[in-house]
Design a protein around this ligand. Structure first.
Ligand code: DX5
Ligand code: ZN
Length: 223
């Protein structure tokens, strides 16, 4: 039986109105966001470009919600210190973007942040066997990174389930997060598969409803 009350929701700022980002983050906080998912893109690792440590630092001045920093950038080691200083709680790097993952994870931890590793849809979880005991978080991409509003890749649910089994064996404390295409119609199955944190971008920030309404709808499904 899945205890849905333990599921955390992390609204992704990628779909927010950037002209009033602070307000949108406040709205998410008031609606009960457990994390703010902060998507960093460099135009190299992924085609898009978004925001960096300066914006993170500015948002930390308006919210106490922990910042979940998803680095979609090449060679993320270059910026770990800046993101830690800017107020990141969790720093997540892509497996595909790092050469010496163990060293990178150690550096994130030494900077006082929780360390996470992200897997693209085509990257197998078996590659994490040796690093798993050192991680607080694994982020399973359920879309190809780069854009909000894409459709959930169905095979991700099975991947989350296998990730949970592996974590039970090697690191039972591990938090599993799922990112991409999460909506009211699939978050229950994602949670049942073993996710602890679910990212929601366009499901939370959209033109059809307020952030409070959108968050309430997602929570309703998780009962
Ligand atoms: C995609 C980003 C996601 C994105 C999710 O590259 O990493 O965090 O904001 O957006 P939705 O929930 O709309 O798929
Ligand atoms: Zn993300």
């Amino acid at each position: 039986m899945t205890d849905f009350s333990r599921i955390k929701i992390a609204p992704s700022i990628l779909s927010a109105d950037f002209a009033r980002l602070g307000e949108q983050v406040k709205e998410a906080e008031e609606a009960g966001a457990d994390y703010i998912h902060f998507d960093v893109m460099d135009g190299m690792f992924v085609p898009n470009i978004t925001v960096g440590p300066l914006v993170l630092e500015a948002l930390k001045r308006v919210t106490d919600v922990p910042m979940d920093v998803h680095l979609m950038i090449e060679d993320p080691d270059r910026y770990l210190e800046e993101f830690a200083r800017a107020g990141a709680s969790v720093i997540m790097v892509h497996y595909e973007a790092v050469k010496h993952l163990h060293r990178t994870v150690q550096r994130i931890t030494a900077l006082g942040c929780r360390a996470g590793v992200v897997l693209n849809p085509a990257t197998p979880i078996s590659l994490l066997e040796d690093i798993l005991p050192y991680l607080s978080r694994v982020l399973i991409m359920s879309v190809n990174p780069g854009f909000g509003g894409q459709s959930y890749i169905e095979s991700s649910t099975g991947k989350v389930r296998r990730m949970r089994e592996m974590a039970n064996r090697l690191n039972p404390q591990l938090e599993i997060e799922v990112d991409g295409g999460a909506k009211g119609n699939n978050i229950r199955e994602i949670a049942e598969a073993g996710a602890d944190v679910i990212v929601a971008g366009s499901a939370v920030f959209n033109k059809e409803e307020t952030v409070a309404q959108a968050m309430a709808k997602l929570r309703e499904v998780l009962i």
